[in-house]
Design a protein around this ligand. Structure first.
Ligand code: ZN
Length: 683
């Protein structure tokens, strides 16, 4: 489960940098010269992240990181195909055009094509990474045909008997027809979410059939259920439903074999025996697709804490499936930030205290909070669904019974957060949307700490808290499960942020960081987060639905006491918190109800919570936010280019060091990855 950035980032004006990242990336620059933003297009800002302390790692740790990083990059094609079945052929066509198109490359149309290409690269497909809407190319369809016909045909992903013209006419409706494959995921109320979603998890089946199928295979009485459907595509052929597993020798096998190759190398230099066993299980799972092995792996992985280097690699998060079962492929390689991990250590040490003092119904609290291992890490490589758009915090594994029995690991991504903070400072955002100078001052002084604490608490204790009532179906909340789960974690963090315990254990010196967090949360959920949404559209994304639902619910419940006040000043809307303590109480009440909904699997109540508070946007307010935001010239979304790692070998071919270079060319990195890590056929 991931927690995303709350607000967008700003940037410096784009610097012209044309190095290709595979060859001559930019060397690490001293602090003052470090340019965070490497590219800017449409609603996207692409940043670099730094690897602080990497040089101080041992040669063995660096070698381990290097192998895991290669494994992290080898699954890229899998995600592209999962997102949409035509993504790979479109990407290969785009790459061929960029490399070999012989026509005018200075025209406005070609520039519009490059912008489209960047958007597609950033989203790992032709649907927006966040809104899930299909991109509208900024150039006409007949220009696309000209591009394809002007491209080296040997580089085009042509099918049997196909020529460039056939390829172009096949792709034209896919890319240009707005009604075709319009949304990657569609969770609108009352529709068939399977047939309406363009993702590649299901073929020839509808929602009723899929639900009936999984209801027939899953045993609701099993106390340790596997994650049904996690790593398969469901297809219906000749009236028969089958699951095609993603594994070596199966679907995605060619990419999975490359992942296995690098994981085996990593296994050879793993940092402990347990970590070796853990990698053995992961490799076995990739070979068999056996979900029991996946669970075994996760039990070992969750218990394997305290190591200086760790990773995530697999089919993990289910946000991409409207039914929340199929997981997209992702990978992260990371190393521990020792100093900052002391902070999360304090939260973890007190996890049981927080659980025991939580406002939820005692029967839904955990008697024993098991091993919530929390640490602050620096990312060394992002892959799959974590790249280029990266989470700020991750809490895994996702399986409920494993979390209860074996615990979970929770990480805050320090260098990613640091990059975003650096860019956000001085953007003019706070000055525009905060109610007064006191609020701005609080945010400037305490924003970084309060965000870090919120992320830590969301991940370390929020997701890890609570339990289901006996017999509750873990999938009962269906399409509302993700936003409700995020609400649970956010509310837990918000509620305890203002608790005297926080100062008692030395996490904060006063209430000020907590107030800054409340200001920020309410301002974001009530006002600013909708700048990411097109006019007239509803809120779809789970974390955004979560924030909207929380803020509108507490606003309504606190209205009689004027807890949160909406103020109009100079034709602009602001929000002000009049009573922080009452607001805290409301967060607690809401947490109690959301936990009850999850514990009892109360679908109707969960649906009501999300549909009534989390989905709709006040149209006038939306227009106002978009106008005010547009004037700031900010990019609502940001993501990252990866560093470039080069192993240094001795005369025996052994790796003695790994050199890091910071890439400054987003398109260059994308093209490089297209050459180095393309393992799946396009058709
Ligand atoms: Zn979360």
């Amino acid at each position: 489960m991931k927690k995303y950035l709350l607000i967008g980032t700003i940037a410096f004006m784009g610097t012209a940098l044309f190095t290709s990242c595979g060859r001559a990336g930019e060397k690490a620059a001293p602090e003052a010269e470090f340019t965070w933003e490497v590219d800017r297009f449409e609603d996207i800002s692409v940043l670099k992240y730094r690897l602080p302390g990497f040089e101080q790692l041992t040669a063995g740790e660096k070698e381990f990181i290097y192998y895991l990083s290669e494994a992290a990059l080898c699954g890229r094609d899998i995600l592209w195909d999962q997102n949409f079945k035509h993504n790979l052929v479109i990407r290969k066509t785009i790459e061929a055009i960029i490399d070999t198109y012989a026509g005018d490359r200075e025209s406005d149309e070609f520039k519009a094509f490059i912008t489209y290409a960047k958007r597609v690269f950033f989203a790992n497909g032709i649907h927006h990474h966040y809104s899930n809407d299909k991109f509208v190319p900024g150039f006409p369809a007949d220009y696309f045909a000209i591009l394809v016909s002007g491209t080296d045909e040997s580089r085009l992903p042509l099918g049997e008997g196909q020529d460039a013209a056939v390829l172009a006419s096949m792709l034209t409706p896919v890319m240009f027809d707005p009604s075709l494959y319009a949304r990657k995921i569609d969770q609108s109320e009352g529709i068939d979410m399977i047939t309406a979603s363009a993702n590649n998890f299901y073929e020839g089946v509808n929602q009723v059939e899929v639900e009936a199928y999984y209801a027939s295979v899953a045993d609701p009485a099993d106390p340790r259920p596997v994650s049904w459907g996690l790593n398969t595509k469901v297809v219906k052929t000749d009236g028969k439903m089958t699951e095609i597993p993603w594994k070596s020798g199966g679907m995605y096998g060619l990419a999975i074999d490359r992942i296995i190759y690098w994981l085996e190398k990593a296994r050879g230099v793993a940092l402990s025996e347990t970590q070796k066993n853990e990698l053995d299980l992961l490799i076995k799972y990739y070979r068999t697709a056996d979900l029991k092995t996946w669970d075994e792996y996760n039990v070992v992985w969750a218990g394997n804490t305290g190591l200086s280097v760790d990773y995530i690699n697999g089919f993990i998060e289910t946000y991409g499936d409207p039914l929340g079962m199929k997981a997209t492929w992702e990978a992260v390689v990371d190393y521990k930030d020792m100093e900052a991990s002391k902070r999360t250590g304090k939260i973890t040490e007190n996890a049981q205290w927080f659980e025991d003092h939580s406002p939820v119904d005692p029967q839904y609290r955990k008697e024993k909070v098991t091993g919530v291992a929390a640490s602050v890490i620096n990312v060394a490589m992002l892959g799959g669904d974590c790249y280029p758009a990266s989470p700020l915090g991750i809490n895994l594994p996702n399986s409920n019974w494993i979390r209860t029995e074996a615990g979970s690991k929770s990480v805050t991504l320090a260098n990613i957060t640091d990059a975003k903070d650096n860019v956000a400072r001085g953007s003019g955002f706070l000055e525009e949307f905060a109610f007064d100078q006191a609020e701005i001052d609080r945010a400037v002084q305490w924003g970084s700490l309060s965000d870090a604490l919120h992320t830590d608490m969301h991940e370390c204790i929020g997701h890890a808290s609570g339990k289901l009532a006996p017999g509750t179906d873990p999938n009962a909340l269906k399409n509302y499960a993700s936003p409700l789960e995020e609400m649970r974690a956010d509310l837990f963090a918000l509620y305890f942020m203002m608790d005297p315990k926080m100062t008692e254990i030395g996490l904060m010196q006063s209430d000020e960081p907590a107030k800054a967090q409340y200001d920020n949360y309410i301002r974001n959920g009530f006002l600013t987060q909708v700048v990411r949404i097109q006019p007239g559209k509803d809120i779809e994304q789970a974390h955004m639905r979560c924030r909207s639902a929380i803020v509108h619910w507490v606003y309504e419940k606190g209205k009689a006491d004027n807890v949160i006040e909406v103020i109009r000043r100079d034709d602009k809307t602001y929000v002000r918190i009049n009573d922080y303590q009452k607001l805290r109480t409301l967060f607690g009440e809401m947490l109690k109800e959301v936990q009850r909904i999850k514990s009892e699997g109360d679908f109707e109540a969960g649906k009501g919570m999300i549909e009534n508070y989390g989905v709709k946007i006040d149209q006038d307010l939306h227009t106002e936010m978009l106008e005010r935001y547009a004037k700031l010239n900010l990019a609502p979304y940001s993501g990252f280019v990866n560093p470039v790692m080069t192993p240094v070998k001795d005369s025996n071919g052994r790796i003695t060091d790994v050199k890091i270079e910071y890439c400054s060319d987003f398109l260059g990195q994308m093209m490089e990855y297209g050459r180095k890590y393309a393992f799946l056929p396009a058709l």
